[in-house]
Design a protein around this ligand. Structure first.
Ligand code: SF4
Ligand code: ZN
Length: 377
């Protein structure tokens, strides 16, 4: 890929030094992708405010995130999966949706209907009309109008009640997945290089709350049933430059603050994993970064189990050097407990796992500092 360049609207945001390094790293990527194929699609199940539901998850290939073109976040390699040129036309995006529907039909057992929950991520912002034009957003809403719930990913800037009414107005419970990463502005700016503030996230939650189908469209609400919109916050466990204990404490307080924000009903804590073509990858390669311990993930879930929100975590690449890991011996067992917690929200699942490496982890929590890390591999 040629070296990305920031658009005028993105200049001067974030940290110039971070952005410059990230642009250089991203320019090493030279693969291109077919705009008629989604980046990924899979079937799974998820915990929602209405219980556990079968889900169809779609990663649409939309040309990538604007912020990533300016340099972007220190841990995010997703832009490297995007198409060359930066935008994908309506017809191609609808072809991608068709590929996903075919995948669902081929992998659904007889007697099971379509998945009630649809989750659409774009490695950017689904609600940014330069990534997904209004026409496409409406067509996608219509395609999935027979489902119960839809999740769409977006940065807070692009969240508006009007756009969300495309979904709530069709009777779909709607969630916006916002990559907030942390509630601490300093950590988000300096460690993640993400440009917005917690106040912007709170604004997006308030805006989503205005998109209930009954608001301003009384007729629709009766026709399609009451549907509301809320926010699912995505948090990043252990961004670069924080020690294990700093990361753990930041995550506990972030989950507590998110749960207190009206309309934010779910928090998804993502342990940072080492993706190619990122600053985190460069640090990891030189021995300057270790993904979090799975014990830390379990500890955060245990300490925040009583907050007023669903809290889940799905450690990607668990047990590998590039993902959240413990000693390798106990990784699968701890991961199973985490997945169990996701569905049941019961912290007692963590009482059933233990391992000798917990002592090492406790020592890391006590001794590791931001300027001398990682203490272990
Ligand atoms: S994390 Fe999100 S905002 Fe940051 S560069 Fe990646 S896609 Fe863009
Ligand atoms: Zn262990």
């Amino acid at each position: 890929m040629s070296k990305p360049s920031p658009e005028p609207s993105e200049r001067g945001r974030g940290m110039d030094a971070h952005n410059e390094v990230m642009r250089d790293i991203r320019s090493e990527k030279d693969a291109t992708y077919d705009p008629h194929e989604p980046t990924r699609v899979w079937l799974d199940e998820d915990n929602t405010p209405d219980g556990v539901k079968r889900s169809l998850t779609i990663i649409l290939n939309t040309g990538g995130c604007r912020w990533a073109r300016a340099g972007g976040c220190t841990m995010c390699g997703y832009v490297a999966e995007s198409v060359e040129g930066g935008s994908v036309a309506h017809e191609a995006l609808m072809d991608q949706i068709q590929v996903c529907l075919d995948h669902e039909a081929e992998n659904t057992d007889e007697g099971e209907g379509p998945a009630p929950l649809i989750k659409i991520y774009t490695s950017g912002s689904f609600l940014d009309e330069r990534e997904v034009p209004a026409e496409t957003r409406e067509a996608i809403a219509e395609t999935f109008a027979d489902r119960e719930r839809i999740v769409v990913e977006s940065l807070p800037d692009f969240v508006s009640a009007g756009k969300l009414r495309d979904f709530t107005g069709r009777g779909l419970e709607t969630d916006v997945a916002v990559g907030l990463e942390t509630t601490t502005d300093r950590v988000r700016h300096d460690c993640v290089n993400k440009y917005f503030d917690f106040a912007d996230f709170e604004g997006a939650c308030a805006e989503a709350g205005k998109a209930s189908a009954s608001d301003g469209r009384a007729g629709d609400a009766d026709e399609a049933g009451e549907a509301s919109a809320g926010v699912k916050a995505y948090l990043l466990m252990k961004p670069p430059f924080l020690s294990e204990s700093e990361a753990l404490e930041d995550m506990v307080s972030s989950i507590e603050r998110c749960a207190d924000v009206e309309n934010c009903h779910t928090v998804s804590m993502n342990p940072c994993n080492v993706q190619r073509y990122t600053m985190v990858d460069e640090l990891h390669f030189r021995g300057g970064y270790r993904p979090p311990w799975l014990w830390s993930v379990a500890e955060v879930l245990r300490r925040t189990a009583d907050v007023d929100a669903i809290v889940v975590s799905d450690p990607v690449g668990h047990g590998s050097d590039r993902g959240a890991h413990n000693c390798k011996e106990c990784d699968d067992r701890v991961q199973t407990a985490i997945k169990d917690f996701d569905l049941r929200q019961d912290p007692s699942v963590f009482e059933q796992v233990s391992c000798e490496c917990e002592r090492t982890w406790e020592l890391v929590l006590e001794e590791e500092t931001g300027f001398a890390q990682p203490l272990t591999r």
